[in-house]
Write a protein that binds this ligand. Structure first.
Ligand code: ZN
Length: 505
């Protein structure tokens, strides 16, 4: 162990402790906190976040970081922590403090105005503040850019290190060329998939019971985690002995079933991080995209497969006899894989999901790099939905106002969602060569799959970026062809479409 790092460590520990406290408040806010707690709790969080800022951003820490960078005795784990910290410091150093604080105030305001504008379906109310947010993000990215680096690439790097616009342009072009025609063929197919039995008067208790079972079945450890309810399902990780998920209950059974499996996928990732990395700056998932690859792998590739349900479908039927006792396994599996273009990203099926992301990518890239004016967004949004999904939003609430991300200044975040699906597909085809994937699922042996993911991905936390993980695990750099192949195989078979000629991709 390095002497310099020894001196730095108490500062890092303090910062992590403060962060853990803030994360716990965030979790509490979304789950159990009483309605009126907000304002006073906000004061506490304000003080904690100031302390956090102070803990990492002071002269002593800066000196120690400099010394650590010159110290050859650092282990690779220590180096990774210093790397993450200096990334954080650089971000703060490039941006003048007053502008940083001004933006923090603006972002809070903007998210609040966005939520009112969405409720009232009034884009005009949101447009001026969004314009300011875009201006700030462009300015900040400009401060932070290395010579010759594009602004959008700077923002992208915050969520997906190792990826650039150049790489994403190719990825999304492939999605446009392959998925748009595939969806057209699905819509033209004569195959009708019944799914009315997935709606009904399911009680919260019934759904909670099966949700807990499913979470545990896919590897969520209730001695190191809890499950609560919130408006939108999410996962919170404090450290690898405390990872929490939420779900929601409504009249659509598949919504809670698959959101539990999705969040459990995020949680299993965090629970699998090595003990020597947890509670450090590298003790979280590698990137947004890699995280989403695990949750979507659990939810879609594993969770919506026929093999997954073979050993447990009867249990589901017994839990919901009125709706499911007459429904066979195959009908159930078809129903939960039905593809139908819709306007709302978070409700999209596996096939149309990436098209929602494609639209956001094209627009945000134009906002940051091009000349797109905020006022033009609703029209462009609607045109693209019509072009790619064949449907047109009637209002801004179901259109450009649906997501919170841009209001908070999160540009470069959306691509991670689609990248996650593509990472998952690449891992899946490789795993099929390494193990009898479907056979394991049919035996109810999910643990072998989880162990593989832990060994190759989860344990490392942020020690490796997503492209390195893919290369080390599959022997190949990021290759989106697997994702296209996966979608084609799945939906051509489900909707009995003509297989493409062999020369096609
Ligand atoms: Zn997710």
């Amino acid at each position: 162990m390095s002497k310099q790092f020894d001196l730095l460590k108490p500062h890092l520990d303090r910062a992590m402790a403060l962060q853990t406290a803030m994360v716990l408040f965030e979790w509490d806010n979304e789950t159990l906190a009483p309605e009126k707690a907000g304002e006073l709790t906000g004061n506490v969080i304000g003080i904690l976040s100031g302390e956090y800022f102070q803990a990492v951003n002071n002269d002593e820490v800066k000196e120690l970081v400099k010394a650590c960078k010159e110290d050859n005795d650092l282990t690779c784990e220590e180096k990774a922590q210093v790397r993450e910290l200096s990334k954080e410091l650089k971000k703060l150093d490039c941006i003048p403090k007053e502008e940083y604080q001004e933006f923090a105030r603006l972002a809070a305001d903007s998210a609040r105005i966005w939520s009112i504008a969405k409720k009232e379906d009034d884009f005009g109310m949101f447009a001026p503040v969004l314009k300011k947010v875009v201006e700030f993000q462009k300015k900040f990215a400009g401060y932070r850019a290395m010579e010759g680096q594009k602004k959008y690439d700077v923002l992208l790097h915050d969520f997906e290190p190792g990826f650039t616009m150049e790489l994403l342009d190719k990825f999304f072009q492939m999605i446009k060329e392959e998925v748009v025609p595939l969806l057209k063929a699905v819509k033209a197919s004569k195959v009708l998939i019944r799914d009315e039995f997935l709606s009904g008067d399911f009680t919260d208790e019934q759904q909670e019971k099966i949700g807990c079972f499913l979470a545990e079945y896919v590897g969520f450890d209730f001695s190191k985690g809890v499950m609560a309810t919130s408006a939108h399902p999410f996962t919170t990780n404090l450290h690898n002995k405390d990872v929490r998920i939420t779900t929601h209950y409504n009249n659509n059974l598949d919504s809670s079933l698959f959101s539990v499996i999705h969040e459990a996928g995020h949680a299993v990732y965090e629970l699998g991080i090595r003990d020597d990395l947890t509670q450090t700056l590298v003790g979280q998932g590698a990137s947004m995209g890699m995280h989403e690859s695990q949750s979507r792998f659990f939810e879609n590739i594993m969770g919506r497969s026929r093999s997954f349900w073979v050993p447990i479908y009867q249990k589901l039927q017994e839990a919901f006899p009125k709706e499911l006792s007459e429904i066979g396994l195959d009908s159930f599996v078809m129903a939960v894989n039905k593809a139908e273009p819709g306007l709302i990203r978070t409700e999209a099926d596996e096939l149309t999901y990436s098209l929602h992301v494609l639209i956001r990518y094209e627009l945000e890239k134009e906002l940051i790099e091009g000349e797109l004016d905020v006022e033009e967004l609703p029209g462009m949004w609607a045109d693209k939905y019509e072009e790619y999904l064949g449907i047109r939003p009637e209002n801004a609430r179901e259109g450009v106002l649906q997501d919170i991300h841009w209001s908070q200044g999160s540009f470069g975040y959306f691509p991670s969602y689609a990248l996650g699906s593509a990472f998952g597909a690449q891992l899946y085809y490789h795993m099929k060569e390494e193990m009898d994937f479907d056979g394991l699922l049919e035996e109810g042996n999910v643990q072998v799959i989880c162990r593989y993911l832990k060994e190759h991905i989860h344990q490392y936390g942020k020690l490796k970026d997503s492209r390195t993980i893919l290369k080390d695990t599959t022997g190949e750099d990021f290759n989106p062809e697997y994702y296209i192949k996966y979608l084609k195989e799945k939906y051509q078979s489900l909707y009995q479409l003509k297989q493409a000629a062999p020369s096609d991709r």
